[in-house]
Design a protein around this ligand. Structure first.
Ligand code: GLA
Ligand code: ZN
Length: 687
C-alpha cells in the first residue's frame, strides 16, 4: 500500500490553489495589488507564482535593482498567508542584456542570430546569461528566501528549444568528445558516417543539424537532442545554484509543458525536487472531450511516475487560451473537472495561468481568474471559487499516492529516434498516439498506470507495456528480460528492437536484442494506410480466449515464430496466415508481441483479458464504468480517495452496487445508483 508523502509546503499542508501572478504589470496602480489580495481570498486561492517574467521590473538597468514593488507585494501576500512560488526570471531577458551581450540571443537552425523580443529564447550555453541569472537569483534568494509561506522555486519557465551559436557548437563538440572518449573512430562508427562520405576527420567538422547542412545523420540528430537536454540541465543547474546554496531547504522545480518532446523531460525530472507542469487542453474541439481527457490523464500519470510522488499542476487556464485556432469557452463544470482530474492523478495543486488579465500584450485575452472587468460575478470567477471550496475539503488527499501495477514506457530518446528515422513511413508515425492507445483501455477500466522511461525500475509492475520501442538502449534488453523472468508480463509491438542508442540497426533479426525474449523474428514491416484495414483472425482455441476478428492498419509486421506461439494471424494481404499476435513464455513470465497497429476493439478485448488474468486492481472493482467516465484513486494505506470523473456532456448513471463510500464533499454515505451530471465528478472515501 502507498504511504503518505510530506506536503510540498510543510507550512501549508493543503491543496494549493491560485496561480501565475504578474503584479509587475500593475506597478503604476498599486491599489490593484490590494484588490488582488481581497479577490484571492474570495476565490479561495492560497497560492501565487510570482515574478516569472519580471526581470526588467527587478533589474531595469544592468546591476541596478529595484525590489521595492516586490517587497510591497510580499507584504500584502503575507497578510493572507499566501504561499508564494517565487520564480527566477530567466524565461524572458531584458533588452539591456541583448543589447550589451548579443551572445545571449539565440541562433536558429539556419544560423541566424535572433533579435531581442519574445521569450524563452536565451542561449543556454552563454556564460553571460548564466552569470546574469546567478546574480539576480542570488538577490532574490537573499531577500525572499525566508518568507514564511515560501512555496517552491519556479526556475525559468517552460524550458524548450535549442541554440546553434558558436558557443553552443563548441560546447556540443566538447560534449561529443566526452561521449566518444575523444575518439573520432568511435563517433564515426556510432554515426555510420562512411555513408555519403560523411566521415568526420576533425572535431571542428562537426556542426549541429541544420536544414542548410546535415539532417540525414540520425546518430548526429539524436546526439544533438541529448546535448540540448544536457545543456538545458546545465543551464537549470546554473540558475538554481544560488537557490540551492542560500535556501537549501526550499524545493526547486521548473515547469514542463504537455507532450513536449524536444528535450528529455525524464532526464530533467531527476534533478527536480518536485515535478510541475502546465496543462492546456482545448476542450470541445472536434476530437471529443473524452479522448482529450484521456491524453491529459496520460501526461498526469507520467508526471506522477517521474519522481514517484505527488506533483503540482503549475498552470492551466481557468477558462480559455488565446493562441489556439478556436479558443472555445470551457463548458460549465469542465474547469472543476479538469482541476480534479489533475488531483485525481496525483497533483497537490491546481494553479492557473493567469490570475488577472493584463490590459495589453499578447495574453490580454487569455483566460484569467480576474477579468478586465474585475468583478467576482463572472462565471469563471465563481467556478474558480467553487473549485477552491472543493480543494479546501481535500486536505486528507495531500501527499497520497496510488498503488500502480501497470507500467507503460514512453521514452524521449526513442521518440527522437522514431521521429528522425527515414522509413517505413514518414508521416504520422504515431509514437505518442500509440502510447495513448495502449493507455486507453486502462483509463476506461479505471486502472492507474505509471508512464515511465526506460531508466526507471520495472520490477514493481505486474504488467509492462512497451509500444514501438524502436530504440533499445544498452542495458534495457537485460532489464526487460530480468523483469519477465521474474514473473512479469510484457507487451510490446511492431517497430520494436530495430536500432541501438545511436540508431545503428541490430543485425540478428528484429526485434534485435529482444528477439529471444519475444520469441519472434519480424522479417519486414508493411505500412498499409491507417484506414486500409487488414483483417486479423484469432487462432482457434488461443490461450487468451480471443474470439473476434479485428482490423489492423498503419503498421503490420511480417512475423515468424521462433519460440513464440501465434494467438492471431493475418487474414488479408499477401501475408495472410502469418502470425500477427504472439505469446512467449520465458522463465516465470510472459511476453506478448503485437505485430500490427490494431483497432480499438482489439485493444479493449486484449487488455481487458490481461487485466482480468493478472488480477489488476480496478479503482471501482467490478463496477462497470460508463463510456467516457474514468475512475482513479490515491491513498495512504489507511484511507483511499476515489475520483470518478465524467467527460460526458449529459447525465450518466453509475451503479456503485453494494460498495459503500462516504462522499467527501457532503460527508454523506453514498452507494447504489448515482447520477453523475454532465462533466460531473464524485470524490469518495473508503476506510
Ligand atoms: C505557458 C506559459 C505561460 C502562459 C501560458 C498561456 O504555459 O508558461 O506563461 O504563456 O502558456 O497558456
Ligand atoms: Zn548558443
Amino acid at each position: 500500500m502507498p504511504s503518505r508523502h510530506d506536503p510540498v509546503c510543510p507550512h501549508t499542508p493543503r491543496m494549493l490553489h491560485g496561480g501565475d501572478y504578474n503584479p509587475d504589470q500593475w506597478v503604476a496602480t498599486p491599489e490593484v495589488w490590494e484588490d488582488d489580495a481581497r479577490l484571492m481570498a474570495e476565490a479561495n486561492c492560497n497560492t501565487v507564482s510570482l515574478g516569472i517574467f519580471a526581470w526588467v521590473a527587478l533589474e531595469p538597468r544592468e546591476g541596478q535593482f529595484d525590489f521595492s514593488w516586490m517587497d510591497r507585494v510580499f507584504e500584502i501576500l503575507e497578510k493572507n498567508r499566501t504561499v508564494v512560488n517565487l520564480a527566477t526570471p530567466g524565461g524572458a531577458k531584458p533588452a539591456w542584456m541583448a543589447q550589451r551581450y548579443p551572445e545571449t540571443l539565440r541562433v536558429d537552425r539556419f544560423r541566424r542570430r535572433q533579435l531581442w523580443g519574445g521569450r524563452h529564447n536565451h542561449c543556454f550555453t552563454s556564460p553571460v546569461f548564466r552569470d546574469k541569472c546567478r546574480i539576480i537569483n542570488t538577490e532574490l534568494a537573499e531577500r525572499y528566501g525566508s518568507y514564511p509561506y515560501f512555496g517552491v522555486w519556479h526556475v525559468n519557465n517552460e524550458y524548450s528549444g535549442e541554440c546553434h551559436c558558436d558557443l553552443c557548437q563548441a560546447a556540443f563538440r566538447d560534449w561529443l568528445k566526452q561521449r566518444y572518449d575523444h575518439d573520432l573512430e568511435k563517433l564515426n562508427h556510432a554515426w555510420w558516417s562512411r555513408f555519403w562520405s560523411h566521415t568526420i576527420t576533425d572535431w571542428d567538422h562537426i556542426e549541429s543539424p541544420s536544414p542548410i547542412g546535415e539532417m540525414g545523420v540520425h546518430g548526429l540528430t539524436i546526439d544533438w537532442h541529448r546535448f540540448c537536454t544536457h545543456q538545458t540541465i546545465e543551464c537549470f543547474n546554473a540558475e538554481s545554484a544560488p537557490l540551492r546554496e542560500l535556501t537549501p531547504n526550499l524545493p526547486v522545480t521548473t515547469n514542463f509543458m504537455t507532450a513536449y518532446s524536444g528535450i528529455d523531460y525524464a532526464a530533467i525530472s531527476r534533478g527536480l525536487d518536485v515535478i510541475c507542469w502546465d496543462s492546456y487542453p482545448s476542450y470541445h474541439d472536434r476530437d471529443g472531450d473524452a479522448d482529450l481527457a484521456m491524453n491529459i490523464s496520460f501526461i498526469h500519470e507520467q508526471r506522477r511516475a517521474m519522481l514517484n510522488k505527488p506533483f503540482l499542476l503549475m498552470e492551466c487556464s481557468p477558462s480559455v487560451q488565446n493562441y489556439k485556432p478556436f479558443c472555445k469557452l470551457k463548458r460549465p463544470g469542465v474547469h472543476i473537472l479538469e482541476g480534479l482530474q489533475a488531483v485525481a492523478h496525483g497533483a497537490d495543486s491546481v494553479l492557473y495561468f493567469q490570475w488577472r488579465k493584463g490590459r495589453g500584450g499578447f495574453e490580454k485575452f487569455h483566460g484569467a481568474v480576474v477579468d478586465h472587468f474585475p468583478t467576482t460575478e463572472t462565471r469563471v470567477f465563481q467556478e474558480v471559487k467553487k473549485l477552491g471550496e472543493i480543494l479546501g475539503k481535500l486536505d486528507g488527499v495531500v501527499g497520497t499516492m496510488p498503488d500502480v501495477e501497470v507500467g507503460l514506457i514512453y521514452d524521449y530518446e526513442n521518440y527522437w529516434a522514431i521521429d528522425t528515422m527515414s522509413g517505413p513511413r514518414n508521416v504520422d508515425k504515431h509514437y505518442i498516439e500509440t502510447c495513448y492507445e495502449h493507455y486507453r483501455p486502462f483509463w476506461n477500466a479505471g486502472v492507474p498506470v505509471d508512464v515511465i522511461d526506460t531508466a526507471l525500475p520495472f520490477d514493481k509492475y505486474k504488467l509492462l507495456i512497451a509500444p514501438m520501442l524502436y530504440m533499445v538502449k544498452p542495458g534495457v534488453a537485460e532489464k526487460l528480460e530480468a523483469y519477465v523472468r521474474g514473473g512479469g508480463t510484457l507487451v510490446t509491438t511492431y517497430m520494436t528492437g530495430l536500432v541501438n542508442e545511436t540508431d545503428l540497426c541490430f543485425q540478428n533479426g528484429f526485434p534485435g536484442p529482444l528477439r529471444e525474449l519475444c520469441g519472434v523474428w519480424a522479417e519486414e514491416t508493411d505500412v498499409p494506410y491507417d484506414d486500409e484495414a487488414v483483417r486479423v483472425e484469432p487462432v482457434a482455441g488461443n490461450a487468451l480466449g480471443l474470439s473476434e476478428p479485428y482490423e489492423a492498419g498503419g503498421y503490420c509486421d511480417l512475423l515468424h515464430c521462433d519460440t513464440a506461439e501465434a494467438l492471431a494471424t493475418y487474414a488479408g494481404e499477401f501475408y495472410r496466415g502469418m502470425p500477427a499476435l504472439t505469446v512467449n513464455r520465458v522463465g516465470a513470465g510472459t511476453v506478448y508481441y503485437v505485430g500490427s497497429r490494431n483497432d480499438r476493439a482489439f485493444q479493449s478485448a486484449f487488455f481487458s483479458r490481461l487485466i482480468g488474468d493478472l488480477g489488476l486492481q480496478r479503482t471501482l472493482g467490478d463496477v462497470a464504468l460508463p463510456p467516457r467516465v474514468t475512475a482513479t484513486w490515491r491513498g495512504d494505506g489507511e484511507k483511499t480517495f476515489v475520483f470518478v470523473l465524467s467527460f460526458n456532456r449529459d447525465d450518466t448513471t453509475l451503479d456503485l452496487g453494494d460498495r459503500s463510500y462516504v462522499d467527501v464533499l457532503t460527508r454523506e454515505p453514498i452507494g447504489g445508483k448515482v447520477t453523475l451530471p454532465g462533466y460531473g465528478h464524485l470524490i469518495l472515501e473508503s476506510a
